[in-house]
Design a protein around this ligand. Structure first.
Ligand code: F6R
Length: 365
C-alpha cells in the first residue's frame, strides 16, 4: 500500500496537502463563523480562560511550540508549551480557567495521557488533539479536535505534524473568535489563508529535485545545525529531530539568537547550517545570524521566501517557499527539511520507515 512510493515516509510527505485540506474541511457555519462541534466547550468557558498549557512529546511537542505563537497573537492568551514527561511530574498552577491542550497523533503516548490526567485532577479543562478516533487520550479529555491525516505508518512523523499545526491554527482562531479578540472578518481572512496552504504545499513538494543534491552534502557531515527565530525555532528543532531519527546523523536545532551563548563554538569550516529565514519581523535578525556562522566557515542553506534575493548574498544555498502570513510559514518550511532528512537517510542506506531503537507509539515511560 505504498502506492508506488519506495517508503511510507515519502508517501506521507506527499499526502500532506490533502491531509491539511481534510483537517480544515467544514470548520465553519454558513455565516463563516468557526464551529468546532467536536469541542463541546461553550463560549463562556473559553472567554474566562486565562492560561493555556500545551503538553506533548517529540514532534507533537514541536507542533505545540508553533501553535504558541498563533494562540498568543490571535487569541491574546498566554501559552506555555511543555514536554509531557516533565509536566506530569511537576506542580503546575492549574485552575478551572486553565485550558490544557494535549497533542498526540496516536492518542496512546503514555506520558501525554498522564499529563492530561494530571491536569484534569486539578480541574483544568483538557482539549485533546489527536489523529486517532476513540484513542485513550481522546476518551480522557473534556474535548477533542481531530486531525484528519489518515494512518501514519512511518515512524518519523510528517503529515501528523503539519495537520496538528493546522488544527491548532483553527483552535487559535476559534479562541480569538469566542474571546472577541479578532473581528469576524479577520477570523475569516485568516482561515482562508490556512485553506490556501495545500496548494502552496504542492508547489514546495514539487521542487524536490534540488533537495536530493543538498541532502548529499548533508549526509557527508558529522554534525548538522538548524537555526531559526520565532516560529522558525520549532521548525529548526523539528528539522534536527527528523534528521537524527532516520539518518542517525548528529543534528541539533537552536534559537538563532542563542548561538553566541555557546553553540557557535561548534561551527567548523564547511559544517552545514540550515537556517529558517523566511520573511517576517525577525528576518533581518536571522540574516545577521547567517552572516555570523558564515564568517566562521559554515556552509549555510537558507529556507527563504520566494523573491528574497538578498538572502542569496549570504547563504550558500537557498530553498524558496511561497510568501504567506508570518504565522503560517512553519507548515511550508518544514517540508524541505522532511525531504532533506528523507534523502539523507536513503543515501546512507538507513531503514527509513523503521529507524533503529524507535517505536511508532510509545506506550511505556
Ligand atoms: C518523531 C515522532 C515522535 C512522536 C512522539 C509523540 O518523528 O514521531 O517524536 O511525535 O513519540 O507521538 P504521539 O504524537 O503519537 O503522542
Amino acid at each position: 500500500e505504498k502506492q508506488g512510493y519506495p517508503h511510507f515516509m515519502l508517501k506521507e510527505i506527499h499526502e500532506q496537502p490533502q491531509a491539511i485540506a481534510d483537517t480544515l474541511l467544514a470548520r465553519t457555519d454558513p455565516d463563516g463563523r468557526i464551529v468546532l462541534d467536536e469541542l463541546r466547550f461553550d463560549g463562556a468557558d473559553l472567554r474566562s480562560a486565562d492560561k493555556v498549557y500545551v503538553v506533548a512529546c517529540g514532534t507533537s511537542y514541536h507542533a505545540g511550540l508553533v501553535a504558541k505563537h498563533a494562540i498568543e497573537h490571535w487569541a491574546g492568551i498566554g501559552v506555555e508549551v511543555e514536554i509531557a514527561s516533565e509536566f506530569r511530574y511537576r506542580d503546575p498552577i492549574l485552575t478551572p480557567h486553565t485550558i490544557v491542550v494535549a497533542i498526540s497523533q496516536s492518542g496512546e503516548t503514555t506520558d501525554t495521557i498522564a499529563a492530561a490526567a494530571h491536569a484534569r485532577d486539578q480541574r483544568a479543562r483538557v482539549v485533546a488533539i489527536s489523529n486517532v478516533v476513540g484513542s485513550t487520550l481522546t476518551r480522557e479529555a473534556d474535548a477533542v479536535l481531530y486531525t484528519r491525516a489518515g494512518p501514519e505508518i512511518a515512524v518519523a512523523s510528517t503529515k501528523a505534524f503539519t495537520t496538528q499545526i493546522a488544527a491548532l491554527g483553527v483552535l487559535a482562531l476559534f479562541l480569538a473568535q469566542e474571546r472577541r479578540k479578532l473581528f469576524p472578518e479577520e477570523c475569516r481572512d485568516q482561515l482562508a489563508r490556512l485553506e490556501q496552504l495545500p496548494e502552496l504545499m504542492e508547489q514546495v513538494l514539487e521542487a524536490d529535485g534540488h533537495l536530493a543534491e543538498l541532502a548529499e552534502r548533508i549526509a557527508r557531515a558529522d554534525y548538522v545545525m538548524f537555526i531559526g527565530r520565532h516560529n522558525g525555532v520549532p521548525i529548526a528543532l523539528e528539522g534536527a529531530l527528523k534528521l537524527k531519527e532516520i539518518s542517525y546523523l548528529h543534528a541539533e536545532g537552536f534559537p538563532a539568537g542563542e548561538m553566541k551563548h555557546g553553540p557557535i563554538a561548534l561551527i567548523d569550516s564547511g559544517g552545514p547550517v540550515i537556517a529558517i529565514a523566511t520573511r517576517g519581523h525577525v528576518h533581518s535578525k536571522v540574516v545577521s545570524n547567517i552572516q555570523e556562522v558564515k564568517a566562521r566557515g559554515a556552509e549555510v542553506t537558507a529556507i527563504a521566501t520566494e523573491g528574497d534575493t538578498a538572502v542569496k548574498e549570504h547563504a550558500d544555498h537557498v530553498v524558496y517557499v511561497p510568501e504567506v502570513h508570518e504565522l503560517l510559514y512553519p507548515i511550508l518550511t518544514v517540508l524541505p527539511l522532511q525531504a532533506i532528512a528523507y534523502h539523507a537517510a536513503v543515501l546512507l542506506g538507513r531503514d527509513v520507515d523503521q529507524p533503529r531503537n524507535l517505536a511508532k507509539t510509545v506506550t511505556v515511560e
